[in-house]
Ligand binder design. Structure first.
Ligand SMILES: C[S@@+](CC[C@H](N)C(=O)[O-])C[C@H]1O[C@@H](n2cnc3c(N)ncnc32)[C@H](O)[C@@H]1O
Length: 226
């Protein structure tokens, strides 16, 4: 990227250099069974599930925080919900919000096949509405729904998070577009603009201590102060 005339493409400008990603991918144990099947399904059907290194980070965070109640915004096929459930104790509970009916059905089936139906509850519908009537006190919230709506959901999400709880936000660097104007595709301008506002907000919020981690597509960890 030292050539001044070189216009980086989105593919080239991943957040982490490809050889580093490949190395980490090879190093981490590969999933087997249903999780591997879901990874293959997601790749074949372009469903944007969390990347392997992010899955590993989330499992470490779920285990170290000993989270008993988790809220997820954006279920898709139920992959990340099962990644989190796997890291929780059996009594742990996850509520996950999804507005796409096809995804709700697919996730429901996958969660049943994984044997997590007692641990993971899917609430169908738009999270922007569901968040208003959801009872609170979550130990961990995973923000992974519509990228343009993180900011709109944030205040409600913070109010549902216990003091001492953790908010994890995925895709916050959005293929490098958030940090580089050169990379912003025209049709993504609004999302990128909103994501920048979101990052400004969570990094300066008086109730949060936030760290931005450039792995996967960018992950923010925000601790809610006691
Ligand atoms: C990135 S995918 C979630 C991936 C999933 N967390 C995983 O890693 O396995 C985002 C999902 O959020 C859903 N979504 C987007 N906006 C939403 C909203 N306002 N309310 C509920 N679900 C939403 C989309 O339909 C999509 O399935």
């Amino acid at each position: 990227m030292n050539n001044k005339n070189h216009q980086p493409s989105i593919e080239e400008e991943e957040i982490v250099q490809q050889h580093v990603k490949d190395y980490i991918k090879e190093l981490l144990p590969q999933h087997q069974g249903l999780l591997k099947e879901l990874e293959d399904y997601a790749a074949a059907h372009h469903v944007p599930i969390i990347q392997g290194e992010v899955a590993a980070l989330i499992q470490v965070l779920v285990k170290t925080s000993k989270a008993e109640k988790i809220l997820e915004i954006g279920t898709a096929i139920g992959y990340s919900a099962m990644i989190m459930a796997e890291a929780m104790e059996e009594e742990g509970r996850i509520v996950t919000l999804e507005r796409n009916e096809k995804m709700v059905a697919l996730a429901g089936e996958n969660i049943r096949r994984g044997g997590y139906e007692n641990q993971i509850q899917i609430i169908p519908g738009d999270a922007l509405e569901t968040l208003h009537f959801l009872p609170g006190d979550y130990d961990l919230i995973f923000m992974d729904g519509g990228k343009g709506h993180y900011r709109e959901m944030l205040d409600l999400a913070i109010s549902l998070l216990k003091p001492g709880g953790l908010l994890i936000s995925d895709n916050i660097l959005y293929k490098g577009m958030v940090s580089s104007e050169e990379l912003v595709q025209r049709r993504k301008r609004t999302i990128v603009h909103r994501m920048r506002e979101y990052l400004e907000y969570i990094t300066h919020h008086r109730e949060l201590t936030t760290s931005i981690i450039p792995i996967g597509d960018g992950v923010a960890l925000s601790y809610k102060k006691n």
